[in-house]
Design a protein around this ligand. Structure first.
Ligand code: ZN
Length: 418
């Protein structure tokens, strides 16, 4: 399949320059970027870009996609109360196939909002994998041991099943929810798993001050330091949120190339605080952005995450913020072939409407995307060489109505069972 994007402005994200020309996709990869695409004719499809912007798809580096059924959080509830009184009782009612159906609802949002990959952390990851492969969403899944129930051997098998596949859409690594929900058995099983596989480890870290204080009471160490001393980061990885890190923990991240995945929308929504992203960047740490679960954000828009990150960290240039939502996120997820637009990379691309931007200067365009980026400006989303969304229409192997109906049915069932 040969798809030619013609007459585009192209922001490869290799640097800040925007070039004019065509971009050719053959099957799943970018095959050509330049002005002489006619030598590759004929094409199966020509997309006339009319001077609009082709750029790498946005990447949601921290998501609990299936939590779409938990939207509409009660107001004025702090994180701990919300989790223990509202979220956990409902999550206890989930059955594996719910994840399969609910993930697809989030994917509909993702492709409409220009998101071409997500790092999904939730129950029953194999159901998430099935949904992602069917839908066509590039996904990194986080598997978690469950002492006595999910054996280490299962995680090792899953890891190899997904990661050894050539050009698979789904990859897999290991982590758990957080230090404060991990008992000794889970810590031990996780340590054994990552030692066996030699994979990076990810978890929620220092999202609230309370979490940090309670961890210190338990272990006389703050969470990231504790997990580091336990050996969980022996193969790298990183933390979600990381709002309240100590200077020593920032140094640990720097020295061990750990990734910090920040979720400004969720942090604001739950009143968790503001992560000092400029300080992390100044230490050379790979910082990326994620929406967190739709229930703790009420939005799955990476444009909103960029706007918040930029507003909260005004010394960071817009291009660096855009990198957090694209290149850096791809690197945090080890999706090294889906980071920039270049020949040989996966065709994970969005077409962004520039008709409302008067300037042709790359600086102005990047500033506009970061500070005023609008979900409605996403004209087209392609993942792995396949156009899944274009001008308000989905191009899927299944019915959008059916996906939404299944999710509504699941929500009704769970509320009835409470
Ligand atoms: Zn989260």
């Amino acid at each position: 399949m040969k798809v030619l994007f013609k007459n585009a402005r192209i922001l490869t994200m290799l640097d800040q320059n925007i070039i004019e020309g065509d971009l050719l996709v053959i099957d799943t990869r970018i095959a050509y970027i330049g002005k002489d695409s006619s030598v590759f004719a004929p094409f199966d499809r020509i997309v006339e870009c009319n001077g609009n912007l082709l750029m790498p798809g946005l990447k949601n580096a921290h998501a609990h996609s299936a939590m779409v059924f938990l939207k509409n959080k009660p107001t004025n509830v702090n994180l701990q109360d919300w989790l223990f009184k509202y979220v956990f009782p409902r999550e206890a009612k989930l059955i594996p196939t719910d994840i399969y159906h609910l993930n697809k609802v989030a994917y509909l949002e993702y492709v409409r909002l220009g998101i071409t990959a997500c790092f999904d952390h939730y129950f029953f990851p194999l159901e998430g994998a099935k949904a992602a492969e069917e839908f066509g969403m590039r996904t990194l899944l986080l598997g978690t041991p469950d002492p006595g129930k999910v054996l280490i051997e299962n995680l090792v098998r899953n890891y190899h099943y997904f990661n050894d596949k050539k050009d698979g859409l789904v990859t897999y690594t290991v982590g758990f929810h957080a230090e404060y929900t991990a008992d000794v058995a889970l810590l031990e099983d996780t340590k054994k798993t990552i030692s066996k596989i030699k994979c990076p480890f990810y978890t929620h870290i220092s999202e609230t001050k309370k979490e940090v204080e309670e961890c210190f009471e338990r272990h006389q160490m703050t969470p990231l330091k504790f997990l580091y001393e336990e050996g969980l980061f022996q193969n790298g990885g990183g933390g979600f949120h990381c709002i309240h890190l100590t200077d020593e923990e920032v140094q640990i991240c720097k020295d061990n190339h750990l990734n910090i995945i920040s979720c400004p929308g969720s942090n604001l929504y739950l009143g968790s605080g503001v992560a000092p992203l400029a300080k992390y960047l100044a230490n050379g740490i790979n910082v990326s952005l994620g929406t967190d679960g739709p229930a703790s954000n009420e939005s799955l828009s990476m444009f909103r995450e960029m706007q918040l990150a930029a507003s909260e960290n005004q010394t960071i240039p817009a291009f660096e913020i855009l990198k957090m939502a694209t290149v850096n996120a791809a690197h945090a997820m080890n999706m090294l072939n889906a980071d920039v637009l270049a020949v040989g990379k996966y065709a994970d691309i969005i077409l962004y409407d520039l008709s409302h931007i008067n300037s042709k200067e790359s600086n102005d365009i990047i500033n506009s995307i970061v500070y005023k980026g609008n979900d409605n400006n996403v004209k087209l989303t392609m993942i792995n060489g396949k156009i899944l969304y274009e001008n308000g229409r989905y191009y899927l192997n299944e019915s959008v109505d059916k996906i939404n109906e299944m999710a509504e049915e699941i929500s009704r069932r769970i509320e009835n069972e409470l």
